[in-house]
Design a protein around this ligand. Structure first.
Ligand code: SF4
Length: 177
């Protein structure tokens, strides 16, 4: 029988959620026995594949590349999981909301930053005026909160989904920040 296909993706986030994913440690071997990882920042696959069963999406939508990848993921994933607080609420990535985008680009990169940050996206992705959590852009099937989510919680959510069950996040499992 074909293995379940899983993927992980990295939008506007710090990759801390993926570090926590790696904290699954020996459970990664168990996961490998039950599922095939087909796309992830921890592997060298350039194009998001079709027919993915479960995709964990880290990070919020902060620029045009994030938006394009998220829409591609949604079209090609049966179950999409908001992975970590940036995906769930915007969290750290959204801390720039309310500030002027051009001022931020100027402060960080100087005048050239404003020029490049505003261009048409052919060289660099266009930075959005504000950051949005992923459920504002596409439908989300499950939430995995935490900054980063604890490895035990990641394991619980993944294994429930692999068993065809919707994970139930009881109060003791719900931790933000
Ligand atoms: S939720 Fe926390 S650990 Fe995950 S990407 Fe955002 S800031 Fe980083």
């Amino acid at each position: 029988m074909a293995k379940i296909k899983i993927a992980t993706a990295w939008l506007g986030g710090c990759s801390g959620c993926h570090m926590s994913f790696l904290d699954l440690d020996e459970r990664l071997i168990d996961l490998h026995g039950r599922a095939e990882l087909v796309y992830s920042p921890i592997m060298d696959v350039k194009v998001f594949p079709a027919g993915v069963d479960v995709t964990l999406v880290e990070g919020a939508v902060a620029n045009s590349d994030n938006l394009e990848l998220l829409e591609t993921i949604r079209r090609n994933s049966r179950i999409l999981v908001a992975f970590g607080d940036c995906a769930v609420t915007g969290n750290v990535t959204a801390m720039r909301n309310g500030l002027d985008r051009d001022e931020i680009l100027r402060d960080v990169y100087g005048e050239l930053g404003v020029t490049f940050g505003k261009q048409d996206g052919t060289v660099l992705p266009v930075l959005h005026e504000s950051v949005t959590p992923i459920h504002k852009v596409v439908s989300v099937d499950a939430y995995l909160p935490g900054c980063p989510p604890d490895a035990d919680l990641i394991w619980y959510v993944i294994t429930e989904l692999l068993e065809g069950r919707q994970p139930v996040l009881t109060e003791d499992l719900l931790k933000y920040g």
